[in-house]
Design a protein around this ligand. Structure first.
Ligand code: FAD
Length: 606
């Protein structure tokens, strides 16, 4: 059973040596409290909570699952106590405003916290994670009464929140939402309809649950332009702020799922439940998507989390389990056979997991800085700053969400593979990681939808290729400085420059083709996303390798072995993983002809 150990050494390397977070926090209007000592204390406190409280109930929570009876949901043993500790520790309000009881720290710290918590126990993390979406919506769009009514208890964690978008007939295409909202006449609305797949929709962890619900007003225009957003509390809120009478929003059942079994996924029936309009009428979808980038990056974290946990499980096993002799001769001569880790193919699997976990983490930490600056734009009332950073984040988001969750899933599978047949057996916990990881490419926008968002929206529609031009120029600018140095850094930098130039040219070719062949946008999108992900991950691995090489030469905060392993992982990435980008490039440059040629009737079985 993988017992989670927070990778604090890697976290501190990224924070202090690669991304200079102390300087970043010093530049933020809400970063004053995030001194290096405070950041260390938060990370260490979070690590202890994750290792001692969340990790031990990860496997048992999977085995037990959630229980449903008469509309009530009970979480697995230990979850209620763990949540109470989470609330008592003040973890929920880490990055939320002090006026509502939060600690007002930069958003990046919350992302770092989520990675640790999610790796230790993704199912548990879903409960406070969904609250975050609810809090952000109320904070951005709620009026003062709504903010004062709901935020203090959401920020403390006493109440939790949900995001109720999906209905039986639609998840991706929310223009088909049918749930109705009828005005009562006193400013409130009666909400009627069924929402499915609602994470944390019903449970026993908190006293009240605040649902954010997409619904249609009478006579609303059809499609996405006629959707409004409502706050619907499970229990109505009394004048003194306490939870009062029950609102008719009832859990009809919970799903029996492949993974994240300790996270309750509810069918919610709204039967004239009282709700309150939030944001402008018919602008609900726009409002919902304001914080979409940060929500999706929150899910990208799941890719890193499962790669990390699966690696933490596979590594000790590969060192202990023995099988045959290494091809280059006996390594553990006094033993019956050599340890798995001596075999090159097992090392390929471990190094792939390590490259995804550590490389993915660095991508998230970079995006987290952009998110901090975006929030600062809001806090300073500086719209231009907010939009600039939101746009930058908007470019990273589909790549991080789509690519990192696909690679996290691959890494989780590799962890099972290292265990051989034992990986398939429940008691080792490795198959749980693969099952838990599977959802990450589906919710919060499937990989296909991330790919369309990247190529169709961000690249073609919104920027006419400018975002790729700017980003590849940034990569080339950085890589150029190392391209002529000897040794591994030089060859890595040159490989990255070649791929960046191809990224730019290939985008142009796809743009020209898309003008005539509309299906190209969809048929090329997945390979475009994966190509982009491999090159972007290369950029972040080169940055780590450059810093580690400097520290190896001049000395740094970590041991020489740590820096050496960074350079070696980067070399592995460039030699063994980055070339996969070339296959995706070839596929993305193909026309849509072979994909679209077959008639629907000819997709026959047998
Ligand atoms: C465990 C779990 C938790 C969830 N939590 C929540 C939650 O808290 N709140 C909530 O509201 N929802 C939640 N969901 C729902 C989830 O977000 C949706 O399932 C997801 O958005 C996909 O929608 P769908 O299932 O309707 O698939 P569909 O939209 O029917 O898509 C089916 C397939 O078609 C593809 N596709 C669809 N449209 C296009 C297109 N235009 N071009 C190319 N390909 C396309 C998709 O990529 C996918 O592969 C959850 C789901 C699960 C399973």
């Amino acid at each position: 059973m993988p017992q989670y150990k927070a990778p604090l050494r890697d976290v501190k390397f990224l924070l202090n040596e690669v991304f200079d977070y102390p300087a970043h926090y010093a530049s933020l209007s809400n970063g004053g409290e995030a001194t290096p000592d405070m950041v260390d204390a938060i990370l260490e406190g979070c690590a202890t909570f994750c290792e001692e409280i969340l990790s031990p109930i990860n496997h048992s929570g999977d085995l037990e699952g959630c229980h449903f009876e008469n509309g009530n949901v009970t979480t697995p043993k230990g979850f209620k106590e763990a949540y109470a500790e989470y609330v008592a520790g003040g973890w929920q309000g880490l990055s939320h405003p002090t006026e509502y009881g939060g600690q007002g720290l930069p958003m990046s710290l919350n992302l770092m916290k989520s990675e640790m918590m999610g790796t230790a126990n993704w199912s548990f993390t879903m409960y406070p994670g969904l609250s975050l979406g609810c809090m952000n919506t109320v904070m951005q769009y709620g009026n003062d009464t709504q903010k004062n009514t709901y935020l203090p208890k959401l920020v403390s964690g006493e109440w939790t929140g949900t995001m109720c978008l999906t209905e039986p007939q639609c998840g991706t295409d929310l223009g088909q939402v049918k749930t109705k909202a009828e005005p009562v006449g006193d400013g409130s609305y009666k909400i009627t309809g069924t929402k499915i797949f609602i994470s944390a929709g019903e449970h026993d962890l908190s006293e009240n649950i605040i649902h954010i619900v997409l619904a249609r007003l009478p006579d609303a225009p059809k499609g996405t332009r006629g959707i409004s957003l409502f706050i619907v509390p499970k229990f109505m809120v009394n004048a003194d702020g306490s939870a009062g009478t029950r609102n008719p929003v009832v859990c009809g059942s919970i799903e029996h799922k492949m993974g994240i079994r300790a996270s309750a996924t509810a069918v919610l029936n709204f039967d004239e439940a009282i709700g309150y309009l939030i944001a402008e009428p018919n602008k609900g979808l726009e409002a919902m998507f304001t914080f979409m980038n940060t929500a999706r990056i929150g899910t990208a974290v799941q890719g890193v989390a499962h790669a990390e946990l699966s690696y933490q499980g596979a590594l000790p096993y590969a060192k202990e389990r023995r099988s045959m002799r290494a091809l280059s001769g006996k390594k553990d001569a006094d033993q019956v056979a050599d340890a798995l880790i001596w075999h090159a193919d097992v090392r390929r699997m471990l190094l792939t997991q390590k490259a995804v976990a550590e490389g993915g983490r660095s991508m998230i930490y970079h995006a987290a800085k952009l998110a901090d600056n975006m929030v600062n734009g809001i806090l300073e009332g500086n719209q231009a700053k907010y939009e600039d950073y939101d746009n930058q984040l908007g470019f990273y988001t589909p790549i991080l969400k789509g690519f990192l969750t696909e690679m996290g899933l691959e890494s989780a599978n590799l962890g099972m593979q290292v265990f051989g047949g034992h990986g398939y057996i429940k008691e080792h916990g490795m198959e749980q990681i693969a099952r838990d990881a599977r959802i990450s490419t589906l919710y919060e926008g499937t990989t296909g939808i991330q790919a369309l968002d990247l190529l169709g929206r961000k690249v073609l529609l919104q920027t006419r290729g400018k975002c790729i031009k700017e980003f590849t120029n940034e990569i080339i600018g950085f890589a150029k400085a190392h391209a002529f140095s000897g040794g591994p850094l030089g060859s890595m930098a040159r490989a990255l420059i070649r791929r960046s130039l191809r990224w730019k040219w290939s985008t142009l070719r796809i743009m020209l083709r898309a003008a005539k062949d509309r299906d190209t946008v969809s048929s090329s999108s997945y390979d475009f996303l994966m190509f982009s992900g491999f090159v972007m991950l290369g950029y972040f691995w080169l940055q780590q390798a450059v810093v580690a090489s400097e520290k190896l030469a001049k000395g740094g905060k970590e041991t020489p072995e740590f820096y050496k392993s960074k350079v070696q992982t980067a070399e592995f990435y460039f030699e063994r993983m980055l070339p996969r980008a070339d296959g995706h490039r070839k596929a993305m440059l193909a026309t849509s002809a072979s994909t679209m040629a077959m008639d629907n009737e000819h997709f026959v079985m047998g």
